[in-house]
Write a protein that binds this ligand. Sequence first.
Ligand code: PGA
Length: 253
Amino acid sequence: MRQPLVMGNWKMNGRRSMVESLLKVVMADIGELSGVEVAVCPPYPYVGLVMDRLAAHSTVVCGAQDVSAYADGAYTGEVSAEMARDVGCRFAIIGHSERRTLFGETDAVVAQKFARSLAADLTPVLCVGETSAERDAGRTQEVVLRQLSAVFKECGSGAFERAVVAYEPVWAIGTGRAASPEEAQAVHRFIRDVITRQNAPAAGRLRILYGGSVKAQNARELFGQDDIDGGLIGGASLVGADFVSICRAAGIG
Ligand code: PGA
């Protein structure tokens, strides 16, 4: 049995006041939720504040939105995986499509970040997914396979023993147009099959999250699919009540 995981990706949003009020809602309403692991991923300047507010609250943990491909050293502006772990992060989102597209992260760089996270005892959450053009061209599996293979190449067949994968079709992110549950399930199944060929026990335990326009209204049906083990939530994670509903849906689904 895989424990569902729901992660809120706040992206570059928030101020101290927003963090305070959002966490108040989340913590008050998530208290009695059992069986679902919940993480919030704030921008780095707010990690300390989040850790402070979550301190007495074991259900919700903190994650990083990105880490450097380098270890500590002369890399101005970067944050190492070791630092993220040191300040209390448990997860690190790796290779989000915004990082790949807007900041030019290649599969090889993403794989290095994945490896750094593992080495720092952070659980990497590898984002994979095709663009709209790739989908239209029938290349979804090819793209996802390429993205997974880069990580296997860097980290070996044990790569996904302590990791999470998030299937995030680029065309569904922030568009209000989520993949249908059946469509998402088919890709999740494909991802698990690819990983099974390298490491069957790890593939069986691996949590594969769906991300891209998950809302309170569609979460339950998505999470009810066999190979969808939770979600990576962007926009809806900034609204406390919506995020809580989505976390509940993961507990029911
Ligand atoms: P969205 O973003 O939920 O706003 O579509 C998801 C993500 O980018 O992780």
